[in-house]
Design a protein around this ligand. Structure first.
Ligand SMILES: Nc1nc2c(ncn2[C@@H]2O[C@H](COP(=O)(O)OP(=O)(O)OP(=O)(O)O)[C@@H](O)[C@H]2O)c(=O)[nH]1
Ligand SMILES: [Mg+2]
Length: 229
């Protein structure tokens, strides 16, 4: 995998500054496997309560993400319907913390779109949309399915949260980055395919990640939950 961090051209000045420490950290750590990052910026201050909607495709790493945050071990077992997740606290070594509100780990099956998406979007502050980058690039049916879910997310957000900018709240988590030979190219291909779509406004915050690599998970955790200022 590449050892570069990809910063989107649309990054704001502030976001670029925020990424400098991450790049330096990755360089220092000599990570040959640093995750690729778009303009993901954390907007959370210490002690904030955050509502996180974890949505996405089947077998895309949603439960793996919760497993990492909660130190549980449920991934790989197809989440049936949904599992309630109690409020939990994420603490960092410098004493800062974020409280993640009570939520749900839902299965990626299609029926769950109708059952849960709308309400979860309404109830939460951020949406993490998980999909397998290798499958997105390799299967038209998968690409179409992921796109229609993103379309649904974008329009639900606009409808329920008119005043809040979805481009700052939705994160594309492109998993299985270890399955593609060149993550940077793969991410560009995905973004190119998404450009011009109705939901393109929610494609500015993205990352490609190998979800079975704890260093990368830790990096993503910091990016999403840490106050970047
Ligand atoms: N190699 C690799 N495996 C991954 C990655 N992300 C998830 N997996 C594996 O993919 C399988 C499915 O992961 P889950 O976290 O259970 O997926 P999910 O999105 O919760 O799936 P459903 O609950 O069925 O919708 C597990 O065996 C994970 O270890 C990744 O980035 N790379
Ligand atoms: Mg699951």
């Amino acid at each position: 995998m590449d050892d570069i961090l990809l910063i989107s051209e649309v990054a704001t000045q502030e976001a670029v500054f925020w990424f400098i420490p991450i790049i330096a950290w990755a360089a220092l750590a000599g990570l040959g496997s640093a995750i690729l990052i778009g303009t993901i910026t954390s907007i959370w201050g210490s002690g904030d309560h955050l509502g996180m909607a974890v949505l996405g495709m089947p077998e895309s790493g949603k439960t793996t993400w919760y497993d990492y945050l909660l130190k549980t071990n449920r991934s790989g077992m197809h989440t049936v319907d949904s599992v309630e997740i109690d409020e939990f606290k994420i603490s960092f070594s410098d004493g800062k913390s974020v409280i993640v509100k009570k939520g749900k780990d839902i299965g990626g099956n299609e029926e769950n779109i109708r059952i849960y998406y709308s309400k979860m979007i309404e109830d939460n502050d951020i949406v993490l949309f998980f999909f397998d980058i290798e499958k997105y690039l390799g299967s038209m049916a998968y690409e179409r399915d992921a796109n229609s879910r993103l379309d649904f997310i974008y329009f639900s957000w606009k409808e329920k949260k008119e005043d809040k900018d979805p481009s700052k709240a939705v994160y594309l988590i492109m998993t299985h980055a270890d399955k593609v030979s060149n993550s940077k190219e793969a991410i560009e291909k995905v973004l190119n395919r998404m450009r011009g779509r109705s939901f393109s406004a929610i494609t500015t915050q993205y990352t490609a990640i190998n979800m079975v690599n704890n260093e990368q998970l830790e990096e993503l955790k910091k990016i999403i939950f840490r106050d970047g200022k």
